[in-house]
Design a protein around this ligand. Sequence first.
Ligand SMILES: [Zn+2]
Length: 367
Amino acid sequence: MKREYPPVWLGAALLALAILWRMLGAPVSGAEWADVKTPLWQARVLLPSRVGRVLTLWLPGQTDQGTDSLLEGEDPDGRQLVRQSMEDQPRVRVFLDAVVEMPLESYVCGVVAAEMPASYHEEALRAQAVAARTRALWQMENGGCKSHPEADICGDSGCCQGYASMTECREKWGDETELYRQRILNAAASTMDEHLTYEGQIITVMYHAMSGGKTEDVQAVFSEALPYLVSVESGGEESARGFYTDSFFAFEDMADRLNRQIPGLNTTAEEMRRGFSVAGYTDSGRVADVQVGERVISASRLRQALNLRSTWFSISSDGEGITFHQRGYGHGVGMSQVGANSMAAKGADYRDILQHYYPGTEVAGRE
Ligand SMILES: [Zn+2]
């Protein structure tokens, strides 16, 4: 019996598709798939620029997108936005390696670039820009950075907010630098001067990477209650990379780390084996405290000492050590960036997002 072979054109078409796939920089090997930083649903952000590049290769001169001259100016990072409005921009003293003074909007761009993946939805980037600007304005009014009194704010995300210079951005963005830079500039420019207020006062802004499904009340983490930093639902995060993470610590190693980070604790591997347990939960379901023998330490302190991703965890123990099964990433207070991105993907704009995560606040312009 004669075997039917697929037609030649089908083979050619498949080959062409494979070449196109490769040229667009799409993953092929298992390692490349595992390395994909952008979820597939966000590929629409990258695809146009990659298609553009492939077309440029084939049709030189046909798809020159051109760059606008939005960005000239005095800012060392070339992030100046609209030139005429820079004149009366508030200026922020930012501690990086030394104190650098820059226009507020340039600073906002650097924070958004450092604190949120630039491939996120543009409405999420806008929400992040407003949050970053609010934090800067709050600090300028409230005595500046605690660790660097000569500055309004510093570039340490553990203290104030992260800040990425253009050099750092080029390193992390590589070929996509121009595309990502435009997205960040647009996020800052389209929300220029906007910040969050509650009853007319600039608010204390907090945000984090991923809540795990519900944000945390600020009082549970930082002991001061604020009406707009309360626990809210944060749906649509489950599909994000790192939603669940397990971290394992051998008893000995865990005791060492805790003793090093928490002076006076003096615990032992044996105590980790027999005397370590959850002592209580917060209203949002996160761990509030843990029991170490007779002592109780806060879960935030434990998270810091062990570098856990979040305090929303359960523990299990085998003969060797303890595993923390964690949800989400960060302290959980205020806006969840993954949650913001998910809301944006479902059609929310940045005002909806801010309103959701900072209930009762308003987006205000410049007085
Ligand atoms: Zn600081």
